[in-house]
Ligand binder design. Structure first.
Ligand SMILES: Nc1ncnc2c1ncn2[C@@H]1O[C@H](COP(=O)(O)OP(=O)(O)O)[C@@H](O)[C@H]1O
Ligand SMILES: [Mg+2]
Length: 305
């Protein structure tokens, strides 16, 4: 059974804005799905539909077999959500906020406190736990929001730009935590982000969206093959035979385009047989960034690298 499914899921807002055009996706348990796209692409709208905050105007979705628009309470008991702007109580401390939400999730006070302590420690907030939220930085709020989302040990985690306000070290910690939740506890993660490098470290699969339309989806390898059917092969050698169609890029540096890595041994053999000495061979695989900018209309300012 898939953990998250959408079938022709669509949303048009009351002002006529088609924020999400029919989207069909299926996520397996323990997947970290990176939902990537520029501002206004429809990512938050999708998360709101998946968490029952919005009602679809077309199609449907399910979280572990539950329809979030008809059974929101059940869907919420299975899901944790970190939204872009974490709203909690400024006049309560970090710990008080977590205890409040633990009660709202139905945890016993003692169990809620124990769970909150553990999460605060994991998210490096123990020192700040008795400070009022009003004194927290954006990054601290973001981490407290993640702690809140994890209080009831959800099976599915929706993260909308979870590392956006974080310094690189905190972002790296949050990233590692997300990875561990998926790998060790089988939590399915739906991650909306602009931060492509962090995404590439933890996501098992991606969906690239722009103007409400899913442009491509798949693993990095699948996207590389779909978007860049040719890859650059760079060889450092004393010489290469002319008939191999390499272009000279510098002193002893040659480059050609190949379709698949199986072509490399034959090229290497031909170079050696023609008397060339090979010093290095590098196949340049396109990164997630290369794929993203090739598919989206090149609006680099919208993405954080
Ligand atoms: N409540 C709303 N009413 C009308 N349009 C909206 C509303 N919320 C979002 N939009 C529009 O829908 C589009 C998708 O928005 P959103 O899902 O927030 O994108 P993203 O999270 O990818 O930046 C944008 O053009 C946005 O302006
Ligand atoms: Mg958004």
């Amino acid at each position: 059974m898939y953990t998250i499914t959408t079938r022709q899921l669509a949303k048009t807002y009351s002002n006529g804005k088609e924020a999400l055009k029919p989207l069909s996706l299926s996520l397996n348990t323990g997947e970290v799905f990176g939902f990537l796209g520029p501002n206004g692409a429809g990512k938050t709208t999708t998360v709101k539909l998946l968490t029952g905050v919005l009602i679809p105007s077309g199609g449907c979705c399910e979280i572990m077999g539950i329809n979030p628009s008809t059974q929101p309470e059940k869907a919420h008991s299975l899901s944790g959500i970190v939204t872009e702007h974490a709203q909690m109580y400024d006049n309560l401390t970090g710990m008080e906020n977590l205890i409040f939400y633990a009660c709202a999730f139905g945890l016993e006070k003692k169990a809620g406190k124990t769970r909150a302590e553990a999460l605060l420690k994991e998210l490096a907030l123990t020192e700040a736990k008795d400070q009022k939220l009003a004194t927290y930085s954006t990054g601290m709020r973001q981490r407290l929001s993640l702690a809140r989302a994890l209080l009831h040990c959800p099976k599915v985690l929706f993260l909308d730009e979870p590392t956006s306000g974080l310094d690189p070290e905190s972002a790296q910690n949050v990233n590692l935590m997300i990875h561990n939740l998926a790998c060790e506890q089988g939590v399915t993660v739906f991650l909306c982000t602009h931060q492509l490098r962090y995404a590439q470290q933890i996501c098992t699969r991606y969906g690239l969206i722009e103007q409400g339309t899913l442009l491509a989806s798949g693993t990095l390898k699948e996207l590389q093959d779909q978007v860049f059917p040719y890859k650059s092969l760079r060889i450092c050698a004393s010489s290469v035979p002319e008939n191999l169609n390499f272009q000279e890029r510098g002193h002893c540096e040659f480059e050609t385009q190949i379709h698949k890595k199986e072509e490399i041994p034959d090229l290497v053999r031909k170079i050696v047989e023609s008397g060339g000495n090979i010093f290095s061979v590098n196949l340049i695989e396109p990164s997630l960034e290369d794929i993203y900018f090739s598919l989206t209309t090149g609006r680099k300012e919208d993405a954080t690298l």
